[in-house]
Design a protein around this ligand. Sequence first.
Ligand code: SF4
Length: 88
Amino acid sequence: MAEKIYKVKVIRDLCIGAGSCEVISPKVFKVDEEAKAIILGQGTNPDENGFVMAAKDTAENVIAAAKSCPTFAIIVLDETGKQIWPEL
Ligand code: SF4
């Protein structure tokens, strides 16, 4: 599981800048000057739905960061495009 590449998106309107995502996965998430989380150094452009690869950290850690978000602002898709967080 750790080697799979997951896609993530931050819904900026939901983000309140709490920063727990950055604390858990600082290689992937960073709170910007607008107090909204961005996804760092993904090396790819967002897809048509705004998702980018979260290749700089393990899937477990990216999911842990997403689960830490108090407003469910982080969406995580697995390598097949299936949404795994928030659970549907
Ligand atoms: S944990 Fe959620 S609310 Fe906090 S900065 Fe990250 S995305 Fe935004």
